[in-house]
Design a protein around this ligand. Structure first.
Ligand code: NAD
Length: 459
């Protein structure tokens, strides 16, 4: 038996004991997870620092605080979420008990990505635990130190039979995908997303796919461009652009392009000083493969801001550095517009106005996020009504991710299914329809039984 088979068998056996179903057990596990984030903050931050050069504050702000909030919410609300949900009845079932009972699915496979390695791996785990499932956790191998930290820490705090961690790369993930699961929750790119769905189809396993794509950002000339650009710069350059919902590119009228460039430049300086290379709040590209991919995108575009890079040896602190960069007058055919950038390059494309912006957005795949900056409510309304995306945010970036009462997920090429807060619980539960009748009042059923004579039907 491979280690992957062993982990799945172990989780399945533990699930079959029924212990994951008790609400006390779920709450205890969630509290233990919460304790892990309090007690091991330093180890968690150190691992991410080694993997992504994230500062300790950055790790808290963008990874652990959100997770702790989601855990607290699940603990607080679990009883309510797990309770039977009564529903409206029809005439035929007026005297029956009709309700929805959320029940665990079984063993969930969670495959995480590397860019916010704790957030995207533990957040689905919170949902899996809350919903009463077992889960096999497969952190991304790309964040070597964080994967090791998860492998070491999780079994100390949570039930290691119900929630085993499997580390490794593509062969290990593929071996996991050959096993039977009751749900697969994958975060990563769309190409691998298709492989996950293909593997899941063999067992008709449902999937949640949290993918990415090119999230557009329309800046209307009718807005406070200085504030808009500050918020866009924050959304783009946080985590060195390696954020699934980072604004991928800007659409604006040519008349405001220079102003937009100037304001973004100002914000870059404000956030990361004149020398982002030495700034502890500025991250690094995760590895050489991604560094080369991002560099190749610069080939046919005009750099307006930044453009410096340093690929030096990964043991030096300046390794895989790419400065916050803005590209001007970018054409739709440019390399940087052919795939999700996932790095600190911000192309600006000209459009004649809102109509053309909407047309441009609708020509592409449905994005994970869509941003619009404007002081005109009508512009926001048209974006909401005439485009589609996983989420839409007006006049800010990223923050919709932190609202637990909003479902987080993609649509079309940016993913399927959603999570956060109660949506995680529902996503990883089976919502079972229950109708409980009494063996009484048989008279009211007489019409449904054959023979269906006109006399009996009253016709
Ligand atoms: P990655 O390289 O870490 O891959 C993700 C997971 O897929 C890993 O655990 C890896 O082992 C597995 N994997 C990779 N190749 C595989 C294969 N051939 N077969 C089976 N498994 C395989 O992460 P990535 O894909 O580079 O992540 C970046 C992408 O993820 C971006 O597109 C980003 O937008 C997206 N993302 C989405 C969200 C979201 O919530 N929607 C969050 C984070 C990242």
């Amino acid at each position: 038996m491979s280690k992957e088979q062993q982990a799945v068998a172990c989780a399945r056996r533990a699930f079959e004991t029924g212990r994951s179903k008790s609400l006390e057990h779920r709450i205890r596990q969630l509290k233990n997870l919460q304790r892990m984030f309090t007690e091991r903050q330093k180890e968690i931050a150190d691992a991410i620092k080694k993997d992504l050069n994230k500062s300790e504050v950055g790790t808290q702000l963008y990874e652990t605080l959100g997770l702790e909030g989601e855990i607290s919410l699940a603990i607080r609300k679990l009883k309510e979420w797990a309770a039977p949900r009564s529903v409206e009845k029809n005439l035929l079932t007026l005297s029956d008990t009709v309700y929805i009972k959320p029940e665990p699915l079984g063993v969930v496979l969670i495959i995480g990505a590397w860019n916010y390695p704790w957030a995207v791996t533990i957040q689905p785990l919170i949902g899996a635990i809350a919903a009463g499932n077992a889960a096999v956790i497969k952190p991304s191998e790309v964040c070597v130190h964080t994967a090791k930290a998860m492998e070491d820490l999780l079994p100390i705090y949570i039930d290691k039979e119900l929630y085993p961690v499997v580390t490794g790369g593509v062969p290990e993930t593929q071996e996991l995908l050959r096993q039977r699961f009751d749900h697969i929750f994958y975060t990563g790119n769309s190409v691998v997303g298709k492989l996950i769905m293909e593997a899941a189809a063999k067992n008709l396993t449902p999937v949640t796919l949290e993918l990415g794509g090119k999230s557009p950002c329309y800046i209307d000339k009718n807005c406070d461009i200085s504030i808009a650009c500050r918020r866009v710069a924050w959304g783009k350059y946080t985590n060195c652009g390696q954020t699934c919902i980072a604004p991928d590119y800007i659409l604006c009228e040519p008349s405001i392009q220079d102003r937009v460039i100037e304001e973004i430049k100002k914000s870059i300086k404000e956030f990361y000083t004149d020398n982002p290379k030495t700034c502890t709040d500025y991250g690094r590209i995760i590895n050489q493969r991604h560094f080369k991919r991002i560099m190749a995108m610069l080939e046919d575009s005009t750099i307006a801001v930044g453009g410096e890079n340093d690929e030096s040896d990964s043991f030096l602190c300046f390794s895989l550095f790419t400065s916050p960069t803005v590209l001007r007058d970018v054409k739709p055919e440019a390399k940087v517009m052919q795939e999700e950038i996932f790095g600190p390059l911000l192309p600006i494309l000209s459009v004649s106005g809102l109509d053309e912006a909407i047309k441009f957005i609708n020509k592409g795949e449905k994005p994970l996020a869509l941003y619009v900056f404007t002081s005109d409510d009508k512009v926001i309304k048209r974006m909401v009504d005439e485009t589609s995306s996983g989420g839409l945010l007006a006049n800010d970036c990223l923050v919709h991710y932190s609202v637990s009462s909003l479902p987080f997920g993609g649509v079309g090429n940016s993913g399927m299914g959603c999570y956060h807060g109660k949506f995680s619980f529902d996503q990883l539960s089976h919502l079972r329809s229950c109708l409980i009748k009494q063996l009484k009042m048989e008279g009211v059923n007489s019409m449904r039984y054959p023979p269906h004579t006109p006399k009996k039907l009253g016709w």
